[in-house]
Write a protein that binds this ligand. Structure first.
Ligand code: SF4
Ligand code: SF4
Length: 179
């Protein structure tokens, strides 16, 4: 298979610097509102904060690919004496929890690194994190070329797993029969 260069964008997270202010959640949801900045709702943010002040746990996690089924094996992590719950580090919208799902439709949310035209120098959450807990990095990697699933495919897959494939097919058939 042919090799291609791919730019990989990463947000490195320094949990020791996060104070749980939630500015990242606010700006992410505002930046992705339609129209832009018309509202903010952390439930629509593509970065979520695991926040447990009593245990001194402040863990920002940004959304990755969604998972159609919940995983079977889960792990607990103890880092610097702090115990993190089984799903804390997971970046997926999955059937077992509400994180990274659009609250009205239930569709999965995924970080798009604030893609915009013209491009931003740094993603919005990184710009708004005054404590430097979020560090933006870019690097180039060689990858095998393969077609990435379209965003619409990802959305349809999520709807099909929620409502059943037949219901989605019926709805599309009804819509295409409308004048
Ligand atoms: S903006 Fe920075 S310090 Fe505030 S919650 Fe997000 S990651 Fe933590
Ligand atoms: S990079 Fe942009 S889309 Fe991703 S979590 Fe941060 S603000 Fe949201």
């Amino acid at each position: 298979m042919a090799k291609a260069k791919k730019k990989v964008k990463v947000i490195k997270i320094d949990v020791d610097k996060c104070n749980g202010c939630r500015a990242c959640e606010v700006i992410c949801s505002a930046f992705h509102a339609t129209p832009k900045y018309s509202s903010n709702n952390p439930a629509r943010s593509r970065i979520r904060l695991i926040r447990e002040p009593i245990r001194d746990v402040y863990l920002p996690v940004y959304a990755g690919e969604h998972a159609v089924a919940e995983c079977m094996g889960r792990d607990k992590y103890v880092i610097d004496g702090k115990e993190y719950d089984e799903c804390d580090f997971c970046r997926s919208a999955c059937p077992s929890r509400d994180a990274f799902k659009e609250p009205d439709s239930g569709l999965p949310l995924k970080c798009d690194m604030c893609e915009s035209d013209p491009p931003l120098e740094k993603p919005m959450c990184v710009q708004w994190c005054l404590n430097d807990a979020l560090i933006y990095e870019e690097r180039e990697e060689e990858v095998e070329e393969e077609a990435a699933p379209e965003e619409v495919e990802i959305g349809l897959e999520a709807l099909a797993s929620k409502h059943g494939l037949q219901k989605i097919i019926d709805a599309v058939a009804r819509m295409s029969n409308k004048d």
